[in-house]
Design a protein around this ligand. Sequence first.
Ligand code: CU
Length: 333
Amino acid sequence: MKTLKTFGKTFGLAALLSATAFASAEAHVTFLDREAKQDSTILATLQVPHGCDGKATTEVRVKLPEGFVFAKPQPKAGWELEVIKGDYQKTYDNHGDKVKTGAIEVRWKNGNLSDDFYDTFVIQGKVSGVEAGTSLAFPVTQMCGDTVAAWDQVAKEGGDAHGMKSPAPLLKVVAGEDHGHDHDDMAGMDMTGMAGAGAAAPAGDTVKAGDLEISGGFAKAMLPGQPVGGGFFTVKNNGQTDDRLVSVSSPAAGEVQIHEMVTKDNVMRMRQLKDGIAIGAGETVKLEPGNLHLMFQKVKTPFKQGDTVPVTLTFEKAGKVDLVLQVLSAQGK
Ligand SMILES: [Cu+2]
């Protein structure tokens, strides 16, 4: 516990420094995904958007709050990793084992993250015994050689974090989904894209809409820190007239674009297809990795293997079609 006390002091001093030296810093250290479900194991992904006043970041220290347990940091190439263990205030149950101690602080050290670049630092852990609506604060100390930036300000209970110069990254704990159906979840979502009557067929099933037959829908799991995701499916046009996929929406993403991958001079490039994809009469069009695909932008919660992603496809003739994509591994298998 000695280490901890020393730490309190370090943080206090650093807070003073940051208030003056980093007053102009706009982009804070924050979590990529700022919400976590109760009693879920998550990848807490910290985004470090810049160095300290132009200097490269050489160390990132993260203090873990009570209620974020069984933590394991992700090693990063070019950084040493130090995990400081200590006592939890409470005792936690890990598959029947009573656990009282664990990681309470993680430090990535001796790295070199240029001020021109951005990077993420990931800690896997379980949110446990925390009431919904609580925000867990993860005070961060960012060191750039001997310059220190502390992201450790926490608003008082019910207070406002806005306007704070160096707020600690917060993770808001929300109610779990173990209450039967996912209607609770859907209530908070943007339903504008969810047109059409009736529920979509289960993930992976073939969906028919007019002359179209849509099958094999899947999405790739997203890697930590990856801001966009890919989606794929096959459309078969059994009719006598051409159709066209004109747009796609999903409650899981702020925007869904239709892309194609083109290789020119040995360089692979992605291109947005603003006019969508033609589905000629009698033709089968396959969206697949390395070729045509959906690109999910502004994804709210990174896709995890085993999840499902609902999408609404809009065709020129067949109209709106609801489809559920099964999330496979990041390799799409
Ligand atoms: Cu793309």
